[in-house]
Design a protein. Structure first.
Length: 355
């Protein structure tokens, strides 16, 4: 090819035709430019493919982090619930001095003085942020969802968790300074004085009430993060076209790959005690069904994941004691919804189609 172009150029020079030579030179330059542009485009395509493969790998790692977080938060929530129950019983004075002296009840001394610290696995998310400027358009909404989980929610978690730690640390320091038996307690030596204080001290019950308040705040955000971890796992699965078997951990929340048996999308409302209409909607996104709050933005109540038990029967993934039943007319149109708590009808939460 190079030899051919050289012969053509030599003939044009020999002919003495400047115009023809200039046209040839322009054509040769144009071919070179086109070749360069094609090479650049091919290189861009290769880079995009490499970036796409890297980003998909990172998303896969984020999914594993999310599964780890779900397990970790499940354990933390179990601990919080147990400690909340224990603290409540202690505040009500249900335990005697003898209960505290019983060596089988050592866990009773954790309430008010101990904590379970939750930490999200965000290493892979931090890696993804390094690619945010070249993230393909179809992944940008996922990035927004992950940012909400790992930036906003993590900030709330750290703040509320810090408040709980401060309360227990302050109380632990107080007992260490004020009571000689604190040394016995630290050595797991439960004396009469220790048992007497924990069973009958009014101040201890006051401190427990404050600690329980902080614990319940933490429990609320822990539930939220766990559910959003499930949601983000499923969103990534949907956007990346992941066809692998759904993990059993996700299936435990009533989630499956089967399509919904009915259409539930629509806007509804219910009337609160003041007679005000509170609007919300059922809406499908990413192949998932959400309960969406349409009123004022609420940190704890905005988008809630629902799962279909059977046609026209839905459960809240994060609170499976709550069931929604869809009521339809003879034509199959949605009329209203009925909320049940532990299979008991809750009349104040009857929903009707918004007019």
């Amino acid at each position: 090819m190079v030899t051919l172009f050289r012969r053509i150029r030599e003939k044009l020079i020999a002919s003495g035709s400047v115009t023809k030579y200039l046209l040839y030179a322009a054509g040769e330059i144009l071919l070179v430019v086109i070749g360069i542009l094609i090479a650049l485009q091919v290189n861009n395509w290769n880079e995009e493919r490499k970036n796409e493969a890297t980003i998909r790998m990172i998303f896969s790692e984020i999914q594993q982090d999310l599964l780890n977080d779900i397990r970790e938060f499940d354990s933390g929530i179990d601990w919080y619930v147990d400690q909340d129950t224990l603290a409540s019983r202690m505040i009500r004075g249900e335990f005697s001095k003898q209960n505290f002296l019983n060596t089988k009840n050592r866990n009773m001394f954790q309430a008010g003085l101990n904590n379970y610290v939750l930490v999200q696995s965000d290493r892979s998310y931090e890696l993804l942020t390094e690619y945010k400027d070249i993230l393909p358009a179809n992944y940008r909404e996922v990035m927004i969802q992950l940012n909400s989980l790992y930036e906003e929610d993590q900030s709330f978690l750290n703040t509320i968790q810090g408040q709980l730690v401060d309360v227990s640390t302050e109380y632990l320091e107080y007992t260490s300074k004020e009571f000689e038996w604190s040394v016995d307690l630290a050595e797991d030596n439960i004396t009469e004085d220790v048992a007497e204080y924990f069973a009958n001290s009014t101040y201890h019950k006051q401190r427990l009430a404050l600690w329980r308040n902080r614990l319940r705040n933490l429990l609320t955000i822990a539930y939220r993060i766990k559910e959003k971890s499930v949601i983000n796992y499923l969103i990534i699965r949907n956007v990346t076209g992941d066809q692998t078997r759904l993990p059993e951990l996700i299936q435990e929340y009533g989630i499956s790959d089967e399509p919904l048996e009915a259409n539930y999308d629509g806007k509804f409302y219910y009337k609160n005690e003041d007679g005000d209409r509170i609007p919300f909607a059922l809406e499908q996104e990413y192949g998932l069904l959400f309960w969406k709050n349409l009123g004022e933005r609420s940190f704890y109540f905005e988008n809630i994941l629902l799962s279909e038990v059977e046609k026209d029967s839905l459960i809240f993934v994060g609170a499976q004691d709550n069931t929604l039943k869809i009521i339809r007319d003879s034509t199959g149109q949605k009329i209203r919804m009925q909320l049940y708590y532990r299979q008991e009808e809750t009349n104040e939460y009857i929903f009707s189609p918004k007019e």
